[in-house]
Structure formats: structure tokens, C-alpha cells
Write a protein that binds this ligand. Structure first.
Ligand SMILES: NC(=O)c1ccc[n+]([C@@H]2O[C@H](COP(=O)([O-])OP(=O)(O)OC[C@H]3O[C@@H](n4cnc5c(N)ncnc54)[C@H](O)[C@@H]3O)[C@@H](O)[C@H]2O)c1
Length: 252
């Protein structure tokens, strides 16, 4: 079966690198028009757009600011007119020492929630409003296995933000399914990206490998095909679900 997304448009947040870049590539390979969102890495985003070709455009936004989320959505709609799929991929993982002073700890918590949960929440709200008047659409939120099995004490805010995404996704699935709006979570495990490098530095690669059932650590290209599948419409009756793409993290 070949998935053909020709004639559809997708916004992928945090698409300049890592999992987001792999998703943008895979969606484009399936024929979709892709809005490549980036924060600081303009050069990488523009290189990806050049690689993909005429079907891609780059859009800058710091998603930690609510108004920037709205401006991003408006900019994409302004260029594309219609968006069929929103992939909330952008995220941060701040290591916050358990014994640190309350002020910095709360700062890390708030920064994590702003980017990992509030920004996807705002983009979901705007997408739902757009989908409701344009014949439906699909949302794919990139959560984490941390939402279900928890994370290290240094990453409490990260795990909590990712668990929030699960409830956000399920609520959209419940509330808007009859309007043709579908919502899915993908829960990666440890995936070899720049985000993961911080963790490797802190805990070592051995730790990451010993935590999964497979021999090789997950890479962004292992996650992207599932996102394309969810976006394709072939999995609509799985709305509200979470798909674990985490190398057997729970069965290990
Ligand atoms: N790498 C892993 O092990 C892993 C595991 C589970 C879940 N995830 C999730 O997958 C997603 C992608 O992670 P990745 O590993 O590719 O990480 P990454 O750090 O390589 O990419 C994260 C992206 O988010 C963007 N971003 C961060 N802060 C932003 C902000 N304020 N405004 C706009 N964009 C911002 C970055 O620019 C970058 O493009 C994240 O949501 C992450 O939580 C990653």
C-alpha cells in the first residue's frame, strides 16, 4: 500500500532538525505540502526546504510565546489557505536538579510547560477551529514514553508536560470526532537526536540502550512513517490513541 498525501498540507513544528525534520521529509515524500516550522535554526530549516523543493516553505516562531503560536498558524494559513494536518513536534527537555532552589526549578517548569504543552494546546485550538470550517483534519502530537512510565527526577516537568499532551489529544478526539477532526499521540522512547545528546552526556549511552528491547537506539526515521500513516486517514478509527514507537520500552 502506498500512501499518497498529494493535495494536502501539513504544519510540522520544530522541523529544522531531529524527529521533526524526519517527519517533514516523510510527509513531503508522500506528496504533502509542508510548512517547516523552526525556532532558531534558520539555516537548517532553509536547507530542508531546498532539499524538499517547491512543496515546502519555512516559518519562524518562538512557540514559548502564545502570540507567536497564533502568528505562526496565521502565517501558514495565509500561505497555504488550507491545512489538513498539524504535527506538534517541537519540544524541550530541561534537566532541572531535584535539590535546586525553588525559583530556578519553577522557571524550568514554566518554560517546559510553555513550549511542550501550552504551545501545542494553542495550535490545537486554532487547528480545530480551522478544521471545523474546512471539512475536518488531523492532529498528531509527539508525546513521549515518559508520559506513561515517568522519567528521571531531573525531568519531572518534561514527563508532566508530555502526559498533558495525552489528555489534550484524547479530549480533542472525544470532542470533535463527529466533526471529522481526529487526534493521535505518538510516544517515542529514547531517540538519537540533539535533544537526546544531553541525556546521553548525563546518564551514558549504555543506560539508554539497556532500557529498550531492540538492539539499536531509535532514530528519527523510525518514527516518521508512523506519523505519515496517522496523517493519511488510514487510521482514523484509532483516534484518541497513543502509538508507542519506543523500541519496546514497556515490554523490556
Ligand atoms: N529524542 C528523544 O529521545 C525523544 C523521546 C521522546 C519524545 N521526544 C519528543 O520528540 C520531539 C522532537 O524531539 P527531538 O528529539 O527531535 O528534539 P530536538 O531538540 O532535536 O528538536 C526539538 C525541536 O523543537 C524546537 N523548539 C524547541 N523550543 C522551541 C521554541 N521555544 N519555539 C519553537 N520551537 C522550539 C527546536 O527548534 C527543534 O527543532 C519533542 O517533542 C520531544 O520531546 C523526543
Amino acid at each position: 500500500m502506498r500512501i499518497d498525501m498529494t493535495g494536502t498540507a501539513v504544519l510540522v513544528s520544530g522541523a529544522s532538525r531531529g524527529i521533526g525534520a524526519a517527519i517533514a521529509r516523510a510527509m513531503a515524500n508522500a506528496g504533502a505540502r509542508v510548512a517547516v516550522h523552526y525556532h532558531r535554526q534558520r539555516t537548517a530549516a532553509e536547507a530542508l526546504v531546498t532539499e524538499i523543493g517547491a512543496r515546502a516553505e519555512s516559518f519562524q516562531a518562538d512557540l514559548s510565546a502564545p502570540e507567536a503560536c497564533a502568528q505562526l498558524w496565521e502565517a501558514v494559513i495565509g500561505r497555504f489557505g488550507r491545512v489538513h494536518t498539524l504535527v506538534n513536534n517541537a519540544g524541550i527537555a530541561i534537566s532541572s536538579a531535584p535539590g535546586s532552589a525553588l525559583g530556578p526549578w519553577v522557571g524550568d517548569w514554566d518554560a517546559t510547560m510553555a513550549t511542550n504543552l501550552r504551545a501545542p494546546g494553542i495550535l490545537c485550538k486554532l487547528a480545530v477551529e480551522h478544521f471545523a470550517t474546512h471539512g475536518g483534519g488531523r492532529i498528531i502530537n509527539i508525546s513521549s514514553r515518559a508520559a506513561f512510565r515517568g522519567d528521571q527526577p531531573h525531568y519531572l516537568a518534561y514527563a508532566a508536560s508530555k502526559a498533558g499532551l495525552v489528555a489534550l489529544t484524547r479530549s480533542i478526539a472525544r470532542g470533535y470526532g463527529k466533526a471529522g477532526i481526529l487526534a493521535f499521540n505518538v510516544a517515542p522512547g529514547f531517540t538519537r537526536t540533539e535533544m537526546a545528546e544531553d541525556f546521553i552526556r548525563q546518564y551514558g549511552e549504555e543506560y539508554a540502550s539497556s532500557d529498550i528491547a531492540l538492539a539499536r537506539l531509535t532514530e528519527p526515521r523510525d518514527i516518521a512513517p508512523m506519523v505519515v500513516f496517522l496523517a493519511s486517514g488510514l487510521a482514523d478509527h484509532a483516534t484518541g490513541c497513543t502509538i508507542d514507537v519506543n523500541a519496546g520500552s514497556y515490554v523490556h
